[in-house]
Design a protein around this ligand. Sequence first.
Ligand code: F6R
Length: 590
Amino acid sequence: MCGIIGYIGEKNPVEVLINGLKCLEYRGYDSAGIALKEKDEIEVIKSVGKIVNLEEKIKSQEIMESHLGIAHTRWATHGKPTEENAHPHTVGKVTLVHNGIIENAEELREKLKKEGVTFYSETDTEVVAALINKYDKDNPIEAIEKALKEVTGSYALGILFQESEDLYAVRKDSPLIIGLGKNENFIASDIAAIIDYTNKYLLLEEREIAHITKEKVEIIKDKKVIGKEVQTTNLERDAKDKNGYEHYMLKEIMEEPVVLEKTFKPYLENLDNLPDLTDYEEIHVVACGSAMYAGMIGKTLLEEYANTKVEIDVASEYRYKNIIYDRKTLVILISQSGETADTIAAMRKAKENNVDTLAIVNVKTSTIARESDSQIFIEAGPEIAVATTKAYILQVGIMALLAYKTALTKGLVKENEKVLQEAEKLPRLIKEVLDRREEYKKIAKGIYNKEDIFFIGRKIDYATSQEGSLKLKEVSYIHSEAYQAGELKHGTISLIEDGMPVFAIVTDDTIKDKTVSNIEEVKSRGAKTIIISNESWENQKLQIVVPKISPYFQPILIVPTLQLIAYETAKLRGCDIDKPKNLAKSVTVE
Ligand code: F6R
């Protein structure tokens, strides 16, 4: 979602800011803009669409020489993606960029209009600029404090004041860091934007204000200057690069064997490194999108093999529902970014009810990582492609290990089950699955010009189907739906037509015969079935067979095939694979 970078120092800010914006592109955006400041002049340049459009616009005009600037990529929320709505926004002596949503923007807009302010955009951001401008009487910090007292909602702001030579920043419920350099400093919504210049940074906490010059950073909280620990990231510069792959999505899928080995290592050495779920009477799993589907696999495994009941919900529902916390409950939050607004709200709801929270999270500095009671880090490294792939595999892997440990603790593991030995084989087996790209290309060729595709499966295979369907629709823009195989005939089967592709996931032996009947039902109505299974099928033309492994880990071998089919299909359709339209990597608004 929207991205922020700001710079003060000796370099040409245009280069730093544009480079930073490019590093934030993966978050998703539909317009971009930049503001440069020198003495008491501020110049703003904005454009709709890709950052190259902004670059061209900058090149086509004479721009001021400066050493201070802010820039932004906007993912439209309030108002269409137009130049007027793009950031930065200027009102009077204040120019700013904003991530987040101001919830009382309309109310404030009306009030400010009555006080004589004219607005030129439909954005909530312009309202904040007007409010800070209203209180700007020579003391920027005071103006920011006063204005933000009147604001409800989420914000990360980078601010320039016409009469100050410095850079200002503040945040609430939207991430922002301060990058530290030599004779230069930065602000950024994501470390990726500044990693080419520094690996040292400060984490700005809720409502803290940063006052930044090229030599110094002061953090102000409740009117006092406070000390802050300097953080160092081990994110490597080349982790951002594609390592020769055509797309980040492909690179990240291909990293799955390596990251899985790294993530599993401490737990395969000692399962005690994982929390004990049997301490709780009730488990809730809460997440969004693919992370929620990873949770569904965890729920199925915990219920099926560890006799442990699990409630699961998408975070956007959970946060507003009447949840009855009358038993000792653990809320497990799954999030790659750790910044998904709904998942953060669900976590805070659990905490307000004094319920323990466990985060399965990738980004260690994220809000969810910092605010949850305990964490399991999935160690995926940076995930740049908007569609999650390697992080999803690791989320499933951790849920599988938690289910296994719970079954073990409850004495439910059969003596002949060699689950951990199976887990050790996984990296090699995923690699085997990934190496069969020609098979996936062939399937993609058969489906890329279709308009509707179904995925069916039962129990754990249904959970896997949902991820397969989501991945396909988000990167290839083909409409697709996942159904419980037995549910199709209650309405949806009327959509099945001659030649319509139906992927059937069949790995669960206990229910295979039932799924076979459902496959026959769609076949007899003309569907072209593609079976993804852990055993080979006679008389079935289109099939992908992955190695059979413990049921705890079987989805980890099935999903990469679906990811690669989605990837190859999107490629054949000429889609913008790493940045699908309308999507954002980190969904920081509700
Ligand atoms: C789909 C995808 C999304 C995310 C969801 C949650 O490929 O990436 O569905 O899984 O937005 O994001 P995180 O895990 O960052 O909370």
